[in-house]
Design a protein around this ligand. Sequence first.
Ligand code: FES
Length: 200
Amino acid sequence: MTTTRVRARGEDFRIVQLQGQLLVCSKANGNCCCGWEEKGRMPFPNDLWSSEWERRRVRNQLHLTFTGCLGPCAVGNSAVLLIHGRSIWLKDLNTADLVTRLFDYAENMLGSGQVEPAPPELREHIYERFVAPPDAPYQPLGDAIEDDGAGLDRLDPVCLMDVDPATARWKTDHDGRTYYFCAPSCRRTFLADPAAYAIA
Ligand code: FES
């Protein structure tokens, strides 16, 4: 086990250094989409993730954290695996088996000490959420689909989900433009402070 000393509030603390951290978007933390059955997502209990994590005894290598919204709600259930300095974003984790496969993948990388190619069963669930760091060799892990950037004005300005104006149930006009929302909660948030969300 590797540790480091970290100073806080005038004291030194010993902190165990890890190989990684798994962040899972959880309905329990007030998110807006992942785990919501009415939005077509698997209503997983946090226990599913915790039990897989505990049974593998990787607590001192990989920390598990349940978060609120991670951002890419449209493709949830979402998670991000930070491991060996790399961020691996996961989407559409809507079967229990995928949770097990993800832990298998993480455990494999903890064992090998490096980022490994995604296994076939996870490959279509991995994508690049962040732009590649400048001047660094960077190997995308998922299958990239090119986006021409058209239709950005369709994005829900609060959760950044793509909303079809033809079928949008929630919308509002602001500053000469119509905004579309995926859910009434996003519309309410926008109306409370339009300037904070209005897309230039
Ligand atoms: S609610 Fe899960 S990514 Fe936004």
